[in-house]
Design a protein around this ligand. Sequence first.
Ligand code: DAH
Length: 345
Amino acid sequence: MKEDLLKSLKSLTDDLDGSVQKVQTEAGLSELKATYLGKKGRLTEVLKGLGKLSSEDRPAVGAKANEIKNIIEGRLRSALESLQRQSIAKELAQDTFDISLPGRTEVVGNVHPISQIFAEARHIFEGLGFATCSGPEIEDDYHNFEALNIPADHPARDLQDTFYLKDGRWLLRTHTSTVQIHIMENQGAPVRMIAPGAVYRCDSDVTHTPMFHQIEGLWVDDRTTFGDLKGVLTLFIQQMFGDGTKVRFRPSFFPFTEPSAELDMSCHICAWKNPSCPVCKGTGWLEILGCGMVDPAVFQCVGYDPEKITGFAFGMGLERMAMIKFGINDLRLFFENDLRFLQQF
Ligand code: DAH
């Protein structure tokens, strides 16, 4: 009896090995499990015989039955694992991808050189107490010319210099000096402001674009002198281009300032060392901005009393400053939006 039971137990594992090899699916394995280990399965059938054994034989056969149960469970488990591995391998084989492809990276933009120059200029002027203001780009004749002491017959009004809008009354501002007028019309002295912005001229060649950018500055109170003008602008240039930069004020003419000057800074590309320097043409100086003491005629237009009020103004081109600061030799690069150019700054 005992021998029969032991034989049946052994045949369970032998049979199982044969069946497991034929099963290809997880469902098939579950069925097999039920066949061998289920309530009505083959192991249960064999165990029914245990009751008929003598009490000496029962423990040994019981222990063997447990062992066989563990073996069956173990084989079914590893068969399941191997099926799962196969299906993953199959999926991977079908779903190939190229692991040598570069990863996706975020494209981070950077600040346009003109905006960088403006941010730096603003930082310097705000440190000196200037407020940043703005004015309209579409102007009337009065704010662009008349109030700035540019009479109707002045050459600066040449039709070709300016974009007039249809009715001739409006135009695209040709300089940011217009903002001086707007600010002084709206507030009394003292004024300390800068005004950045786009300006337009009917010009287009290697060194001119129809649109470019300026910063205007205005400092007005009851005792401003040309000394203040020189101090503020020298400090600005030295902070922008380096402490060692030299400046000189050259007499000039602007209708809205008297006296007027142009400010030249020393050429930091050649520092007077290269007589054929392409940037300063060997002179050692670079023209950088126009400035002067506000003309009394301008104060009169905005209702300030020129007997009591003095002030200075200045205007500079941002593109020119960026070209000098970054060593850029073609103005048009600023407007082409070529990333290979823009990413260098
Ligand atoms: N508006 C002048 C221009 O566009 C620049 C300028 C010169 C502005 C002298 C000023 C100044 O305020 O005082 O060429």
